[in-house]
Ligand binder design. Sequence first.
Ligand SMILES: [Zn+2]
Length: 471
Amino acid sequence: MNYKTLIGLEIHSELLTNSKIFCSCTTSFVGDENTHCCPICLGLPGTLPVVNKKVVDFAIKAGLALNCEISQFSKMDRKNYFYPDLTKAYQISQYDLPICHDGYIKTEADQKIRIRRIHLEEDAGKSIHTNEGSSLLNYNRAGVPLIEIVSEPDMTSADEAYEFLEKLKAILQYIEVSDCKMEQGSLRCDVNINVKSEDGTFVSNIVELKNLNSFKAVAKAIEYEEKRHIHLLEKSENTVKETRRWDDAKNETIRMRSKEYAQDYRYFPEPDLGTIEIDYDWIEKIRETIPELPNDKKKRFIKEYNLPEKDIDVLMITKKMANFFEDVVKEFKDVNMVSNWIRIELYRRLKENNTEIDDIKFSIEDFSKFLELIKKGTINNNAGKKVFKEMYETGKTPEMIVKEKGLIQIEDEEQIRDIVKQVLKENPKSIEDFKNGKDRALGFLIGQVMKLSRGKANPQIVNTLIKEELI
Ligand SMILES: [Zn+2]
């Protein structure tokens, strides 16, 4: 029997406002535990929350970028549950009137994955469980603004869910409402999953998956659950409606608890806050602040720069990277060279060091000058790699590095011919191999010449001269 998987996602994303959602405490995580709290975010009796307008602005911006309708009228509700890191014993969230609804994200295959709603809520604090068996509480995060984005169960595979998350993350980062760092918890994702036989007669119960720390974990957990659901249905059994957590070390999902339903939370309208009313002008004012979004940028890049799609994906992996690329291209016109050096040498280093492009030590002008040195043949590609490494690590100008390291390319044919002759004299066996048709010998000889010239000889000239001498 064939089965279809139905996947819906719930994504929590922390908003990049300076202050918390209902008080003026900072949202920064720099500093000691429990130093960014006040009576309001600690939920002390007698305090009153006030909605941070910037939070509403950001939610509208996210809604517009995700093709949602913006509700002209919404309200906050109390969601009642107790956790030690939620001092009020309720979370202020939105229940039946979310701020945005009915949006979508388009996939590469031009498929619409619908977004049911986006609502506002406050984050809870953090419990830290120590090895000694005690628990510590840090309330710096309590009251940090969140949007929860809930999709329809429109995804049918782990790949599709992965793509949706990548696209969503890129959009939220492009509009600068969230930094979406999953490893730091500013983006969190829960999955709802079940499977259905093709004729619709067998349907498994929906299972919720939590504790997913990366997009890869989301994909792996979905694949694991798909198999588990189908396996149970085939045995004429079914899944239990429950919440399971992903265990990355064991590569499996494990039961956490039975699933809560809306009625378990006894929602009611938050009596300490008024309604949120958003008029047409407010929405239009926010709409004007939305920059070019990833899908449009990609289309423009393909048209304007004529580069392969997969290269463009790397070049626009973040908005800052895309801006960097375009700024360099303004200074140095060889688009392919710019693309190659950014994608291969720069991107690799950024990834290795876990740094952002705005933390690099060299300027756009220096990077352009560096490319110019290679283009003009002042240094060869190999030397270029050395110069780039030094530029990246020290921020020195390329000219300074070339001078200090003596990397200027040797173009003088006579000088190179002398080195070639010396290498040939020292390697009679390779000459013999070459004459017997072993092409590898030529590569070896070129390598020796380059080594002797300390990487500075022009490789094309080396190639020509060796062939001349051999034939
Ligand atoms: Zn506070």
